[in-house]
Design a protein. Structure first.
Length: 262
């Protein structure tokens, strides 16, 4: 049976996922604890990648080389860059770009040197299945306005709607990655202008996408919008990761693995 990797960057993002693998075995490689178990019959290895592109790339390489995974799923949180991506929404990536890659004038900005491209697409079938699972999970009221209100957030910020008027949405599109936590309105606006198709920003996905592309391993990723990547991002982010993100990850992945078991 094929083995699927489930990866998150932070402990709270992975906590509820690990609860679905109570009888799992653990192996430590490269300073990371890999948890091997089954989810609705599907063989799974879950791991904390740690934060940033280098740590994520190391983790993806170990998963492929040591654990022979046939697919990689990344789950966690991100900052909303596009006005479409509001707090509480889920973004399923169609492609990744490193927003801090700049080898100009030798290469065009954002292009990864010697690859001839800046965008690394996710696997079409795996992404479609993950998006379907996200839609199904949110349709069950996984995160409602009461939860958002409880943690002091405004799901409708920038949309003209308050938290009790808006329901979470699932989006598919470009996610951008870089080795910095985007936490000012000025930088968020700069990224939006430079990469207008970007929906969300985070710190790992593009690196994993590049490694999976190198190995020919299918990759998909989803990110829950925890903040608007603005001056309030540091406060919103910590609250959201601690109290909400893991619920999203576990519920959506449960739908995903249920679909695969049918």
């Amino acid at each position: 049976m094929s083995r699927i990797a489930v990866v998150s960057a932070m402990h709270p993002e992975l906590a509820a996922v690990l609860a679905w693998l109570p009888e799992a075995q653990k192996q430590t490689v490269a300073g990371r604890e890999f948890v091997l178990g089954r989810w609705h019959g599907q063989e799974v290895v879950a791991v904390l990648s740690r934060i940033g592109k280098v740590a994520a790339a190391t983790t993806a390489t170990v998963l492929i080389e040591r654990f022979d995974v046939q697919a990689v799923l990344f789950t966690g949180v991100a900052g909303g860059v596009s006005p479409l991506a509001q707090v509480g929404d889920v973004v399923v990536a169609s492609a990744f770009v490193q927003h801090d890659m700049d080898a100009s004038p030798l290469f065009p900005i954002y292009e990864v040197p010697l690859y001839g491209r800046s965008h690394f697409a996710t696997d079409t079938a795996l992404t479609a299945a993950l998006a379907q699972a996200a839609q199904a999970a949110l349709a069950q009221g996984l995160l409602d306005a009461a939860v958002l209100a409880d943690i002091g957030m405004h799901a409708g910020k920038g949309s003209g709607k308050t938290a009790d008027q808006r329901t979470a949405q699932v989006h598919q599109g470009l996610i951008i990655s870089g080795d910095r936590f985007v936490s000012t309105r000025m930088e968020s606006q700069r990224l939006q202008q430079a990469l207008p198709q970007a929906l969300a920003v985070e710190m790992e996905g593009a690196a994993v996408a590049q490694v999976c592309s190198d190995y020919g391993v299918p990759f998909a990723a989803m990110r829950t919008i925890s903040d608007r990547a603005d001056d309030d991002a540091h406060a919103d982010f910590l609250k959201f990761v601690d109290r909400v993100a893991s619920r999203y990850s576990a519920a959506i992945l449960d739908h995903f693995f249920t679909q695969r078991s049918r």
